[in-house]
Design a protein around this ligand. Structure first.
Ligand SMILES: Nc1nc2c(c(=O)[nH]1)N[C@H]1C(S)=C(S)[C@@H](COP(=O)(O)O)O[C@H]1N2
Ligand SMILES: [Mo]
Length: 193
């Protein structure tokens, strides 16, 4: 018997989510102004080689494209979004996390942070994304650069990302300290603590 369309949708929508057609915008604070001349990106903490890039250097890194569904804790999901950027695994190769590194903390504008285990960030679909649907990522969606972790609720995907910290200790971030679940797996519906 053929699968009914609503069953296919249910298999693709995590529990409690609905399918959005638009692309909602969600963040705290103001959209920061991007200045190519002063923008810089750092990788620090438990790594063999701390890194620092200006915009030109970061843009010159090899880019990868990922197509994935995204899921926001406020219950909208969006299917088949296409992003391009630097594969997180490429950054791992460049920086070389030490054996003590177990958590990844992304730092964004206005002091926003989000934490994931290194095992979650070390995945082929995780990007530092500067491109959405073939165009430079718009400032309202985190441009020039945001973290992209499709396997977790979208709050883990830090907008206006300017740094990645590797840590032996977990460091719950902005929303994790305000009641959101530390892991945030949409398939387990891990919304709140
Ligand atoms: N720097 C920063 N990144 C952030 C946020 C934020 O407030 N500041 N909000 C998060 C939340 S809760 C969500 S759902 C997504 C929303 O991304 P979008 O506006 O591109 O849909 O960004 C995440 N990244
Ligand atoms: Mo969110």
């Amino acid at each position: 018997m053929a699968t009914k369309p609503e069953d296919r949708l249910a298999q693709r929508l995590p529990p409690g989510q609905y399918m959005a057609r638009d692309f909602p915008v969600l963040h705290v604070g103001d959209v920061p102004r991007f200045d190519q001349a002063t923008w810089h990106f750092r990788v620090w903490g438990d790594v063999e080689r701390p890194l620092e890039f200006d915009w030109r250097q970061f843009s010159a890194l090899p880019h990868t494209t990922v197509k994935a569904d995204i899921h926001c804790v406020t219950r909208w999901s969006k299917f088949d979004t296409t992003w391009a950027g630097v594969a997180f695994r490429h950054l791992l190769q460049l920086a070389g996390p030490t054996p003590s590194a177990r958590f990844v903390i992304t730092h964004g504008a206005n002091g926003y942070t989000a934490n994931v285990p290194l095992t979650v960030a070390d995945n082929a679909d995780v990007l530092l994304a500067d491109t959405y649907e073939g165009k430079p990522l718009e400032p309202i969606h985190g441009g020039p650069l945001r973290m992209f972790i499709p396997s977790r609720y979208f709050w883990k995907s830090t907008k206006w990302c300017t740094g990645v910290e590797f840590s032996r200790e977990d460091k719950p971030g902005f929303w994790e300290l305000r009641g959101y679940n530390n892991d945030g797996d949409p398939w387990k519906e891990e919304r709140y603590w």
